[in-house]
Design a protein around this ligand. Sequence first.
Ligand code: SPV
Ligand code: MG
Length: 290
Amino acid sequence: MSPAKRLRTRMAETGLVHIMAAHSPLSAILAEQAGFDGLWASGFELSALYGLADMSLISMTQHLDMLRAIAGRTTLPIVADIDTGYGNAINVIHAIDEYARAGASAVVIEDKSFPKVTSLVAGGRQELVRVEEFQGKIEAAIATRQDPDFIVIARTEALIAGLGEAEALHRAQAYAEAGADMILIHSKRKDPSEIVSFSRAWTGSVPLVIVPNAYPDLDAARVKELGNIRMMIYGNYGIRACATAMQEVFRQILADGGVQNVHKDILPVEEIFRLQKMHEVKEAEVRFLR
Ligand code: SPV
Ligand code: MG
């Protein structure tokens, strides 16, 4: 079964899939071993990995290269965050081809104008494209996919842009009519009220996706009660967890003038060997090195 088919099947069987952000093959391996249903090839995480803001500064080639590297090291389906689709509907056609070939099972395309501004930053300039223009991008994505199981998720940033629920519902409905398989609704409020209200008001034919970065109170139990959200994307936890650990350990080493106090807080190198599958390398050495 293809990863895209597995993702669709898992969603149908469990009613809610849990997708963890990955910014590297190692983070993807850790997410797979933790038991997540899939991976989020997050634009925010990869931008942060490069030390850059999530403002369309990372190229499609950079994102694709990382996605390919991730796909080569896990079996999990990958949901690719392709931001605005790198331009207009023509760029989307090219992007869908490339991302499918690189190993993505799904894409999320957002209705912001290019270059995008990261969603959660305070006072971000959020400009959306016209509804008809974005419908064209969704239609282009659907027309381009070769595998009917490949999932096209339309993301509306209407709430992020402060345009209100009526506009968000109007856009989501228009994108569903254009053929989107799912609608991602995002909010930067610190509480889940906007998302809960949108979910209750949504009467569209396709299910919803959320990214509960800003409103952590909306956990899986509450999401299941809402009934029409089928995918939760954990959007920036991998990179924040790494940065937390590195910040602490790096400071401690300099403060202590050595590494004597950090070993107890970090993985032993043997665990990294396990993640690198060193045992397979050793077996191959025995077998083939003459
Ligand atoms: C990402 O992880 O790149 C996202 C989620 O798009 S957010 O940063 O919350 O917009
Ligand atoms: Mg993103």
